[in-house]
Write a protein that binds this ligand. Sequence first.
Ligand SMILES: Cc1ncc(COP(=O)(O)O)c(C=O)c1O
Length: 376
Amino acid sequence: MKLFDVYPLFDINIVKGKGCYTYDDQGNTYLDLYGGHAVISVGHSHPHYIKRISDQVENLGFYSNSVVNRLQEEFAEKLGKASGYENYRLFLVNSGAEANENALKLASFHTGRKKVLSFHKSFHGRTSAAVRVTDNPAIIAPVNQGMDVTFLTIGDNERLEMELKTGDYCAFIIEGILGIGGIIVPDPCFMQNLQNLCKETGTVLILDEIQSGYGRSGRFFAHQYSGIHPDLITVAKGIANGFPMGGLLIAPHFEAKYGMLGTTFGGNHLACAAGLAVLEIMEQEQLVQNAESVGNYLFQELTNMDGIKEVRGLGLMIGLEFDEPVKPIRQKLLFEHHIFTGVSGSNVIRLLPPLCLSMQQATQFIQTLKKVLAEK
Ligand SMILES: Cc1ncc(COP(=O)(O)O)c(C=O)c1O
């Protein structure tokens, strides 16, 4: 059997990882500024992470959500403390799309409404409701088209107010920082206005922190720069450093009913052990603070570099916009200098390294990029 060919692949076989480095089967070492798409939060193959998972699987890898799971409770408590959302409740799933899918369902159950507001350039996943609120017609199948969604342009406050005041919308979904859309940081005043309007109109505010959350922005959540408290917050990616896991943080005013949400694998014992290891490492190694300081350094140095049109982002979620397609720059970085980067659209390089990136590794990237841009 062959693989269903949906991914354009680099012909590189990564077989090992350590910290911010990955290694291929030819013996090459790569500096990982992509983090496997913002997934590697605490670094590849961290010893504490390996031990936590190995110890857990020796005892119990999985049992269903029909019995008490103390690891889920422990994880929820620790996540509440780390994020500053101790009074919220947690529902665990297996991926980002599922977290958003459940957030949209919960918003609709809660309000009894059907319509949803989202942003142009947004990405929220590929399941039925999540893909429908994603601004990319190419990935929305006819079977997904049923839900009634309105897309707004960031900054169009007049239309925002007009739509919300109809009182027809169950939810507004927005990323903490728009990732695939090109690293766009929403303005704090806009976010505060959005929160007020949602409160006024009984619309559920969903913050998709799947890419921008878990310390990546230099705060636990990117929306915390705006001082807002969304009704629902979705997480995945960095939550378990590569183990499939997602979650939905739920404000106290939502009522839980037996059976309204559910999953077979979500919150399983092994996932919780991986998630706990991540939170423990983040705390011990102060990775949120590291993301802020190394991110600030990178941001400053890149802003001063010739040849880059604009630098955007917060912490270790940085976008470098160029006047032309970035493919040749990324190819040079990867194949000549062994540095992995990400991309948004055609003209933006996206940096999403592990949160343990050191100043020295950041400097290595800055010097290499300078060289690559000088050769253009
Ligand atoms: C902001 C955002 N939301 C949702 C998702 C979907 O997550 P997953 O691929 O785990 O379903 C992604 C994935 O890239 C994302 O970046």
